[in-house]
Design a protein around this ligand. Structure first.
Ligand code: HEC
Ligand code: HEC
Ligand code: HEC
Ligand code: HEC
Ligand code: HEC
Length: 421
């Protein structure tokens, strides 16, 4: 319900920008992309129903492994991507504590097909789990496969895809396919990466706001520099969806400069300028990921001194009620982090900035808090919770090291002033 309302807002905004005010019919579903998405991502999705009579078992199957027989490239990418892992232990332990109604609210984004919801209901013994046998085109593990190919591409057994890059074959498998421009439009992704305007907020800000952040960014402006969610996250239509879990992708987001300024009296300030030049939304976009900035002074004689630690990210408490700080960097913008320190006169040293990424930092805290109450949770949920914590901790990595531009071993700027003192 809320979702449909949101699409209307977003589409009006976009049409307004593009068509410069020829707004007749906005809100009536005039825009074909908007009209398509309202049905394509309706909540809940209706079951696929009986496959067309001419379909082979392979053509009817909703399983990604069936699609892989003819679309191996997309399958290889998807299998590596986080979209194939949306039903991992992180959500699984929580589903064990939920009612069907609560659970289905999560599944709308994590396993949206009606057939997947039915399988989850069977697994959890939820009251209105289907009692009919599972149809042949539904593999028993379909829910565990997360955001399967069919979630984005199949409705009522019909395939939907972007405009083809090669001339479609006549009488191709699965009855051909229907083309929609929506697949190349950022609004396609907004369905799950953007809360509606009346969704939950902290400090006035929507908890999930990626599409709106993009819309406000230079990347959304029509022209040579325009980039959509797909052009950055699915280059050449690859199905990898690399994001903050991927070091190479994350390095593309940032330009980092470090300098050291002498303040006199052996006091200095390290100044890190971090620009989000390559992410089409805030860096990082949600409250989930954090990037640590560690300032380190290295002495020539091998001594190493941690000078301080600062964070890029939206810091929110675990009950998700209070904002501690928000140091995310909007697309195209720069944030400056300053670290004061002192150093003994007459010694050679240099300052280095180490950037470390904790892609699921917010979940780490939630999982640790929950483990403290493990005695109140069912045993199978605790096992999954431990696994979820290990996964999310294991996803941390070092992103890059940056040395002060003043150059090594030179107490920079005004060494004389420092020595004179
Ligand atoms: C999260 C949604 C999503 C999932 C899951 C997904 N796709 Fe796609 N797929 C897309 C989008 C969006 C495009 C169009 C990208 C573009 O136009 O830049 C696309 C494009 C395609 C194309 C056209 C490719 C081309 O080169 O022209 C095929 C075929 C395809 N997908 C098959 C699959 C298969 C098979 C799977 C599972 C292994 C899958 N997709 C999973 C969203 C998805
Ligand atoms: C509007 C779509 C949406 C809904 C509804 C939703 N999620 Fe998510 N969820 C996401 C997105 C997008 C991410 C990825 C966040 C990121 O990359 O930082 C995510 C990530 C997660 C993760 C971390 C990744 C993982 O799989 O371990 C967990 C756990 C999770 N969600 C649990 C839930 C639970 C529990 C619910 C229901 C209470 C829920 N989600 C409802 C969209 C949604
Ligand atoms: C027996 C082989 C076969 C199977 C199985 C199969 N496909 Fe296809 N698919 C094709 C072929 C061939 C085409 C190109 C059809 C054409 O050109 O008319 C195609 C086209 C598509 C397109 C349109 C691509 C575009 O350019 O827009 C999508 C999307 C798609 N398939 C998704 C899927 C999904 C999802 C599955 C699994 C649920 C699947 N297919 C299973 C052979 C197959
Ligand atoms: C049906 C819901 C849904 C749709 C549609 C969807 N996503 Fe996602 N996406 C998710 C969920 C849930 C996750 C979290 C996966 C996890 O961490 O387990 C996710 C994860 C991601 C990530 C990984 C981020 C990271 O943390 O590294 C990227 C990037 C991404 N999505 C981009 C896209 C793009 C681009 C599109 C549109 C083509 C799209 N998504 C469409 C639900 C969706
Ligand atoms: C100009 C390229 C670009 C565009 C456009 C873009 N992204 Fe990203 N995105 C990135 C880069 C680079 C990262 C890794 C750094 C980061 O996390 O911000 C990323 C990260 C992400 C993540 C990981 C989670 C996080 O905390 O940042 C998600 C989810 C995501 N993008 C979804 C989207 C969606 C949805 C859209 C469209 C509304 C989109 N992106 C548009 C480049 C882009």
């Amino acid at each position: 319900m809320h979702l449909l309302m949101f699409f209307r807002h977003a589409a009006c905004l976009l049409t307004g920008l593009l068509a410069l005010g020829s707004m007749t019919g906005c809100g009536q579903g005039q825009d074909p992309v908007e009209r398509f998405l309202e049905t394509h991502w309706q909540d809940p999705l209706p079951p696929q129903g009986t496959p067309p009579a001419g379909f082979s078992a392979l053509e009817a199957s909703l399983s990604p492994q069936a699609c892989a027989q003819c679309h191996p490239g997309q399958f290889e990418g998807w299998k590596e991507s986080l979209h194939s892992k949306t039903m991992g232990p992180g959500i699984a332990w929580q589903l064990k504590l939920m009612s069907q109604e609560q659970g289905n609210r999560c599944l709308r984004c994590h396993a949206p097909l009606a057939e997947q919801k039915a399988l989850v209901a069977l697994d959890h013994g939820w009251p209105n789990a289907p009692d009919r046998s599972i149809p042949g085109y539904v593999s028993r593990d379909l829910a565990h496969q997360g955001l399967a190919c069919a979630s984005c591409h199949v409705r009522q057994h019909e395939r939907f895809g972007p405009p083809p890059r090669i001339e479609p074959v006549k009488d191709g498998p699965h009855g051909g396919f229907r083309i929609s421009q929506a697949f190349a439009d950022s609004r396609f992704c907004a369905s799950c990466h953007q809360f509606p305007q009346d969704g939950p907020r902290i400090a006035g800000k929507l908890q999930e706001d990626t599409y709106q952040q993009w819309l406000a960014s230079p990347f959304a402006r029509p022209g040579a520099g325009q980039q959509t969610c797909q052009s950055c996250h699915m280059p050449d239509r690859q199905h990898l969806w690399r994001g903050i879990h991927d070091p190479d992708m994350t390095r593309k987001a940032l330009d980092v400069k470090l300098s050291v300024v002498g303040q006199g009296g052996g006091d200095y300030e390290a100044v890190a300028e971090v620009r989000n030049s390559g992410a089409g939304h805030h860096f990082p976009t949600y409250m989930v990921a954090k990037v640590e900035l560690l300032f380190v002074r290295r002495d020539r004689d091998g001594g190493e001194h941690a000078l301080g630690r600062q964070l890029i990210g939206w810091q929110v408490d675990t009950p998700i009620t209070r904002e501690m700080a928000d140091t995310r960097i909007p697309a195209g913008e720069k944030r400056v982090f300053r670290q004061a320190f002192s150093a003994p006169a007459g010694q050679d040293w240099e300052v280095e900035l180490v950037l470390r990424v904790a892609p699921g930092e917010h979940y780490e805290r939630i999982y640790r808090d929950s483990l403290r109450q493990a005695d109140r949770l069912p045993e199978d949920a605790v096992g999954l919770l431990r696994l979820a914590l290990a996964n999310v901790e294991g996803a941390r990595y070092e992103l890059m090291r940056v040395r002060a531009e003043a150059g090594p071993a030179r107490p920079p700027a005004d060494r004389r002033a420092a020595i004179a003192n």
